[in-house]
Design a binder for this molecule. Sequence first.
Ligand SMILES: [Zn+2]
Length: 113
Amino acid sequence: MHEMSLAESVLQIIEDTARAQKFAHVRTVVLEIGALSTVEAEAMLFCFDAVTRGSIAEGAQLQIVEIPGTGWCMECGKNVTLSERYGLCPECGDARVEITGGNELRVKDLEVE
Ligand SMILES: [Zn+2]
């Protein structure tokens, strides 16, 4: 389950931000997860709870925002929506679609006190 190490990097970002902005506790963490990333939201919630125990983010609520997958088709030159990583172009059915969005795992917002 690689979500555990990803959750640890998220916590790292939170702790770095806490040091820079001098807050003591985090109430809510808004995390963007791309539809084409390999991150499972359910697993992420579970791992986040586990790794934040005893940290400044203990008990914080994790809000997950899913970013849709998008790509650019090299065959028909259109920007398209992708629902899976190696999805075919919905316009022409070609497999040569370059992913342009939906790969992210990013801390978008922190609600702190
Ligand atoms: Zn196409």
